[in-house]
Write a protein that binds this ligand. Structure first.
Ligand code: HPA
Length: 273
């Protein structure tokens, strides 16, 4: 079956079930429960949606939640699949293509990331100002470019400047500290060696993750604006950093769900329609 047909089938299924026309899409990192944000919720498990991949990692629930926040139609993809799970870039970015086809114009993409600067502490937020793709692959490689779309996507301003300054202002007003920084993505699943962290810092990365960048590239290809927010789950700043376990990363994420909800709801309210 062609990719376009698969996307159409997923869109038809979601539309039938949710009956909303979302203008905002959110991809939430592991462990965050954003369902409390929305009214008139419709929850659809990824396994029901034609073509949607199923997550294999603990802490990554796979469901699409559509609903309304103060009159604004929103769709949240809770949980994602990762390159390190063995998925192809096409599978990883399929949900993004479906959201674009559903009419989403603004994407909020969140993740868990390791902070590589001394000021980035577990529990902090970092709004992504730029990224360095070190996954060794680009989701647009071999992608059959659609009419009206260029495969040579301009990434010089991948993250929307207006949305970045909005989120910084909102954070300041709400008493939530939000840093700015450059995100690097690596394939994983092993965490970084000290030499790799040193390399990433020299390159100019402030935080590191194993996701997000493919979704951002696909979102930009499809003409959507992107706001990227990293949640710092651990410090990888120096040799004294404690050794890292996935369970601890998930726990840190869960402990800050409330601040995430406050921040995201304020962002939704202030998004251009
Ligand atoms: N490295 C890579 N990905 C991550 C990390 C990390 O330290 N923490 C959360 N995701």
């Amino acid at each position: 079956m062609s990719l376009h047909k698969l996307i159409q089938d997923a869109v038809t299924y979601i539309k039938e079930k949710s009956r909303i026309s979302p203008s905002i899409g959110i991809i939430s990192g592991s462990g965050w429960d954003l369902t409390g944000l929305l009214d008139n919720i419709e929850e659809i498990h990824y396994k029901e949606i034609p073509g949607f991949p199923r997550a294999t990692v603990e802490g990554h629930k796979g469901r699409a939640i559509s609903g309304v926040y103060r009159g604004i139609h929103v769709i949240i993809l809770q949980g994602r699949v990762h390159y390190y799970e063995g998925y192809s870039m096409e599978e990883i970015t399929f949900p993004v293509a479906v959201l674009a086809e559903l009419g989403v114009k603004n994407m909020i993409i969140t993740n868990a990331a390791g902070g590589m600067r001394p000021y980035l502490k577990p529990g902090d937020f970092m709004v992504i100002t730029d990224h360095i793709n070190l996954m060794g692959i680009n989701p647009l490689r071999g992608f059959v470019s659609r009419e009206g779309y260029t495969r040579f996507v301009d990434m010089s301003e991948a993250y929307d400047k207006g949305l970045i300054s909005k989120v910084l202002k909102l954070g300041a007003n709400m008493g939530i500290t939000i840093h700015c920084g450059v995100l690097a993505a690596v394939p994983g699943p092993s965490y970084e060696t000290q030499a790799e962290i040193q390399m990433l810092r020299i390159m100019g990365a402030d935080a590191v993750c194993m996701s997000t960048i493919p979704e951002v590239v696909m979102s930009r290809y499809l003409g959507m604006s992107v706001l990227g927010i990293s949640f710092i789950t651990n410090c990888v700043a120096g040799p004294s950093a404690p050794s890292l376990r996935h369970e601890d990363v998930v726990k840190t994420v869960e402990s800050c769900s409330k601040d995430v909800c406050r921040l995201i709801s304020a962002v939704i309210e202030n998004m251009p329609r």
